[in-house]
Write a protein that binds this ligand. Sequence first.
Ligand code: GLC
Length: 565
Amino acid sequence: MNMKNKKDTSGAWWKEAIVYQIYPISFQNSNGDGTGDLRGIIDRLDYVKSLGIDVIWLNPIFKSPNDDNGYDVSDYCEIMDEFGTMSDFDELLGKAHDMGIKIILDLVINHYSDEHPWFMEARKSRDSKYYDYYHWWPAEKGTPAYRESYFDVDGNAWKYNKDTDSYYLHYFSVKQPDLNWENPELRQEIYKIMRFWFDKGVDGFRMDSISYISKDTDFPEVDRTMYPYIFDYCALNPTLHSHLQEMNREVLSKYDIMTVGEGSSVCKSEVSKFVDPDRNELQIMYHFGPSEIRNYTGPDAPSTGIEYSLLKFKQMFTEWDNAIGEGWPTIYLGNHDQPRMISRFGSDDHKYHVISAKMLTMFILTMRGTPFWYAWDEIGMSNIKFSRIEDYRDISTLNGYEHARKMRGNLKKFLENQKNTSRDNARTPFQWDASDNAGFTTGTPWIKVNPNYKKYNAMDESKDTESILNFFRKTIRLRKEHKALIYGQYILLDSKNIHTYSYLREYKNERYLISLNFTPKEAISRTGVNTENGEVVLKNYNDFKLKDIKGKITLRPFETVVIKL
Ligand code: GLC
């Protein structure tokens, strides 16, 4: 490899930053209408600052009919009515910057809303200039080849449009038509929008569904034996990388910003193409490894209720760390599309709720890569597990239910499954305090508040030195004080252990051993590392004592420790 020409990204702020993801609709309501808003976020900036995070990622805040909670944008240069005004946004950005916090926005450019003026024109006539901004299959050619849709009730990504006698493509809901990135004019329009926000001072974008923007526009039949999951094919179009390079050349390279791609269906062998600094595409990308870890009952399942394979979990993180090559990894265990991390990888049984939340906190903040922290995991929010379909709001659950009903499927089973998998588990309002509606709103919340708010809320936890919240703050400080926890090489230890996860982080002359018990039972990690001269720098049981110094560590349920070697 020619190291001389390698682009140097060491010390880049987006590598050292901790990103705090805010789902605006559920953060803080300021006007009593039951939905979170920008003013609510402004009012809570002191709390956000107190955490020690560096960057806020806001889920979409643009004008939208809200078919998919803002991921269906109808105007990119306006703020969603429910969230406030552009001057609220400017104030938020200004105040955050004054506090030393950066803000990145969610850029949804694989699709727009069907209520966007371009689509409203496009769907009227094949002669419209905007027709070519979308993907169509003319009806005279027969039925289009199968493409799957994530949210369509029938799972079909093609929707017939009468006025043009053609089908439009929508990988997501019928109200989210996919844009045609092969059209250079469309690409320029998107770059204009990006510049609009960068010129305002926005610090970057999380790029939604970015792996799908390019399509094979002949729309051939897909060999399903090769691609049983058809989206794996959809994420592989060859023009994708030339589009990202063009975007980088024309826009991204001109600003000091952070770019993070959502890596749906991106496999390990492809990821470095997006993030190798010399390719000039994106800086980082988060993979879907954590969401693929589920439905397992083998011996290495941690017995926490929602079973997954701990061996696969460790292998997955290790392989992705490796696959990233010259790029830089990301680490997360939850977001607005996943159930709550505590219910999933820890335990929301009251006996282990706090201790397992601290253990997962330690994991995220001691791994190599930029951590993406989903707001409210720091107070221990867990799955709400609705039993009735009427309580759900998410299009994915609602249309999935409708699909099951149409197919005469087992609706009871569907609902049981949603208790552990629905995205709404992660979308219930922030639990600020023990007052009505957890201090989120004085009105009726758009989705029910988790009844456990009296026990888990920011106000009470702020006062409790032993809370998850204060442990989160402490762990952030530890990461920031020790470059090894950011840049150190990651080395997996005791890889076959079915109860614990242990690894080293090594950087220059600093060395740390991190050991975590992922199960509710006592376990021994045989790390092979002599800790005789080690110093415990962080632990989640106060009375942890280093006693097994000769290459093993005994850990109580969900116990974790960081040892400086
Ligand atoms: C991404 C978003 C998700 C949204 C989808 C469609 O996966 O994270 O919330 O529903 O894209 O835009």
